[in-house]
Ligand binder design. Structure first.
Ligand SMILES: [Zn+2]
Length: 198
């Protein structure tokens, strides 16, 4: 499959068959990609950050780790990661209310709206916004339990490869956050890219 674009500030939904692999690339190096995966046979089963942390006994997955569903089954496996491996599982997706808190009014795009908009393009509707795997998002946790929000440590062209452990729909959102430096110090959301490996 040819390289496909995840447009800056927008989301895409991609169906993956069991065993297929997808490579997602941080083309410009600074873009956080909120990532979800739902079972195609029952979208009520989805990749769960809570269950993934519990199964892995760590805060964030590394290459070789699977990511687990709310029913404790492997959904995706992170088979390769060329980035420094800094990803976040703790923070929620940005939503309309967060942008209102930041003084952006009520029309700012968000990862939450990107998720539901992308799913609607393939006829899937879900009533929840699960906690996403925040690829490339740099949220250091201090020993006192406090967290910080820093620009990504990833570099242009860094990529993560996932293998589907069930028939899933994966959603990537190019995070529209342009107020805080979570997408780099320039605060400019960028395109990212993906390719399905057969
Ligand atoms: Zn976001």
């Amino acid at each position: 499959m040819e390289l496909q674009t995840i447009p800056a500030r927008f989301g895409v939904a991609i169906k993956l068959d069991l065993g297929s692999e997808i490579v997602v690339t941080n083309t410009h190096g600074t873009q956080v990609l909120d990532t979800w995966a739902f079972s195609m046979s029952d979208p009520g089963e989805y990749m769960s950050m809570e269950h993934t942390r519990s199964r892995l006994s760590k805060l964030s997955p590394c290459a070789g780790d699977s990511l687990f569903s709310n029913r404790r089954r492997a959904v995706l496996t992170m088979v390769e990661d060329t980035s420094p491996g800094v990803h976040d599982t703790l923070l929620c997706a940005c939503n309309q209310e967060i942008y209102q808190e930041l003084g952006c009014g009520d029309s700012h795009r968000s990862c939450e709206s990107n998720l539901h908009e992308a799913l609607s393009t393939i006829g899937i509707k879900v009533s929840v916004t699960p906690a996403p795997l925040n690829l490339f998002m740099n949220i250091p946790v201090a020993s006192d339990g406090s967290i910080d929000r820093r620009p990504p440590e990833s570099r242009p062209g860094d990529s993560v490869t996932f293998k589907a452990e069930m028939h899933v729909v994966v959603v990537f959102s190019s995070c529209p956050q342009d107020v805080t430096p979570i997408n780099g110090v320039d605060c400019i959301p960028c395109d990212a890219h993906y390719r399905i490996k057969h």
